[in-house]
Every structure is written in structure tokens, then in C-alpha cells.
Design a binder for this molecule. Structure first.
Ligand SMILES: C[S@@+](CC[C@H](N)C(=O)[O-])C[C@H]1O[C@@H](n2cnc3c(N)ncnc32)[C@H](O)[C@@H]1O
Length: 338
């Protein structure tokens, strides 16, 4: 029904119409994200893989308030996650898609989780409350979400492998080993080393090598990448990757880390620094704030700061590239002089 002119005029006079609309739209986006996150967190979506009645679902999830559960299921139906017919609840197509894609699940878990909790707790933290520990507590979700950018990082690795034709590749802070596996595939004549400070992540990287049947060509060293000597990683490397690690290192310590990586490279060896970097986009500003709110002096560097730190560490900077338009993920390519 079209609104009367008089009603529109009243709405306009009542307040700031554009901001009211924006507030409602933003609020509803928050509600949508919260709905999906809760559907994952409560286990409702996973429990509805086989269709269930409300009573069966309540028994499965130890729910005692059936009336509230019914209202919740109606909300999930309105969000197109669940479909209810003949007294049985099933996953709707969207519910299946969310459950079936780990990056989608990680996105909802993180954006409706610690990314928004930051702002809820910020007032307290600004007045001296404790630093956050999301990077430690949600390291697994952060790693799962970073898989969203995998194709972009892998394209960059393939180009670097094609130009450097490496015999030995190194992944510094290799996490679950996905990029190391990709480097080895992109450079079939190479052997590889992953260095990872966190034993749990190093174990995942070893499993990834095993699954990819690459354990004969590569190994993972559980160690701090700082201060390593080439003999500890099986000799000098021709291509090294530092992906999504630089922002965990305090700004003043970055040149030293880069110099230590340079000491592992053969003359004219290439280092690729891939990272979300600081720019003026809302996400970059937000991520930088989230990092600065953690314990441990973390922050996003600008691409220029990464290039400057690489030069300070003795590298020649070959190029700085944004990996996708509108996204703050960048790659900086540097070479150790001959
Ligand atoms: C966000 S994860 C990125 C993992 C992987 N590079 C990727 O892009 O998927 C950062 C990883 O760097 C590791 N790391 C941080 N500082 C390190 C250091 N000094 N030496 C070795 N690993 C380090 C962390 O344990 C973590 O697994």
C-alpha cells in the first residue's frame, strides 16, 4: 500500500529518515548473521540433516523449552535455513549450503562472533579493561576463514614459482600447510620446508603433506622462524612465503624477522609477503583495530611499511600488488640481492 503524502511528510519530520533506514538495514543484517551463527552454534542445522519433528530435535539437543524451540525454528524458516512441512523440519537449500561450505560457516562464526564482540567490549577496554585474546582463542576459525582467499594466494604462488623455478621452497608460519602443499604442486621439481611455531598447527601441516602424498618432498619444522640457520631447514631456499603472519609481529620487530628470513634465502632468492594490509577500507580499519585490541602489539602494516621493512632488512623490493579489487589483501615480492 502506497503511503499518503502527509504520512511521508510526518516520517521525514520525525527524525533523520536516511539514518533511520540505515539503522534498520544494518540491524537486520546483524540479525541475519546472528541467526545463522546461532543455528550453527546450537547444533540445530547439523541436527536437521535428517528431517526431525520438534520433539525429536528437542531430544537430540537436550532442549526443555519446546515453545521457544518452535519459535526459533520459525525464525530459521523465515531466514530460509529450515523448511517445515507435515510437522517435520528439514534443511532448506540455504541451510545445506551453509553447512556444506566451511568458509561460509567460519565467516558467520567470526563476523557474528569475535568481530562484533570487539565493539560490545570496546568501551570497557578503552577505559583500561583487559586486552582481547581472539587470535589465540579463535585461531582455528581465523585459519578456516583465511581459506576464502586461497585461490588468490595460490595464483600468486604459481606465478612466483613459474618465474623463480625453485628447488627448495619455504613456508614461514605455515599454519595448516595448505600453502606449502600448493607451493610444492606449483613447483614440481622442488622440495619444501614449513616452519611453524605452534605444534598443533605444525601437526596439521604434516597431515596435509601426508594427505597430498608429498611427505617425501617436504617436512615441517616446529620452531620459531626467528634466528634459524639454513642448515636447520635443509639448506638455502629459492622461494619463501610469509602469508598472514606479519601483522602478528610487533612493528618494531618486523625488519629483524624479515632479515632472519633473508638469511635462509639463496642469493637472488625470492620472498613473497602476503597479508591483509592497512588501507582506508572499513574492513581493513576494523581488522587493524581488532589486532590492536589483542595482547601482543599486533597491527596491520601498510604495503609501503612492508616494502620499507623489506628494504631495511636488505631486500630489493620487486613489486607491491593488491590481490583483489576492493580487498585489503596484498602481496609484496622481494628478492635477496646476488
Ligand atoms: C594466520 S596463521 C597463517 C597460516 C598460513 N600462513 C596461512 O596463510 O594460511 C599465522 C601462523 O603463523 C605462525 N607463526 C607466528 N609467528 C611465528 C614465528 N615466529 N615462527 C613460526 N611460525 C609463526 C602461527 O602459529 C600461525 O600458525
Amino acid at each position: 500500500m502506497a503511503l499518503k503524502v502527509r504520512t511521508v511528510a510526518r516520517l521525514v519530520r520525525a527524525g533523520h529518515v536516511r539514518e533511520r533506514l540505515r539503522a534498520v538495514r544494518d540491524g537486520q543484517a546483524g540479525l541475519r548473521a546472528g541467526t545463522v551463527r546461532s543455528a550453527l552454534g546450537t547444533g540445530v542445522l547439523a541436527a536437521l540433516r535428517p528431517g526431525r519433528t520438534t520433539a525429536e530435535l528437542a531430544a537430540e539437543l537436550a532442549v526443555t523449552d519446546h515453545v521457544l524451540l518452535e519459535a526459533y525454528l520459525r525464525t530459521l524458516e523465515a531466514a530460509h535455513l529450515v523448511r517445515t512441512a507435515g510437522g517435520r523440519h528439514r534443511l532448506a537449500r540455504r541451510g545445506r549450503a551453509v553447512l556444506g561450505d566451511d568458509v561460509v560457516r567460519a565467516a558467520y562464526e567470526s563476523f557474528a562472533g569475535y568481530h562484533t564482540d570487539l565493539y560490545r567490549d570496546l568501551g570497557h577496554q578503552l577505559r583500561g579493561g583487559p586486552a582481547r585474546d581472539d587470535v589465540v582463542r579463535h585461531g582455528d576459525v581465523i585459519a578456516r576463514l583465511s581459506r576464502a582467499f586461497e585461490p588468490l594466494v595460490h595464483d600468486t604462488l604459481e606465478s612466483a614459482a613459474a618465474t623463480t623455478r625453485p628447488r627448495h621452497v619455504l613456508d614461514v608460519g605455515c599454519g595448516d600447510g595448505t600453502n606449502l602443499v600448493h607451493m610444492l604442486r606449483a613447483a614440481p621439481a622442488s622440495r619444501g620446508t614449513g616452519v611453524e611455531i605452534d605444534p598443533a598447527a605444525a601437526a596439521l601441516a604434516e597431515q596435509a603433506l601426508h594427505r597430498a602424498r608429498l611427505e617425501d618432498r617436504a617436512h615441517v619444522l616446529t620452531a620459531d622462524a626467528r634466528g634459524l640457520a639454513p642448515r636447520q631447514i635443509g639448506g638455502e631456499v629459492d622461494l619463501a612465503l610469509l602469508a598472514n603472519v606479519i601483522y602478528y609481529v610487533p612493528a618494531r620487530d618486523r625488519p629483524a624477522l624479515l632479515r632472519d628470513i633473508g638469511a635462509l634465502l639463496a642469493p637472488r632468492g625470492t620472498l613473497l609477503v602476503v597479508s591483509t594490509m592497512a588501507d582506508r577500507s572499513v574492513f581493513s580499519r576494523h581488522f587493524d583495530l581488532l589486532l590492536r585490541a589483542q595482547a601482543g602489539e599486533m597491527s596491520l602494516p601498510t604495503p609501503e611499511e612492508v616494502a620499507r621493512d623489506l628494504r631495511t632488512a636488505g631486500f630489493d623490493v620487486m613489486g607491491v600488488r593488491r590481490l583483489a579489487r576492493g580487498d585489503p589483501l596484498h602481496a609484496v615480492t622481494a628478492r635477496r640481492p646476488a
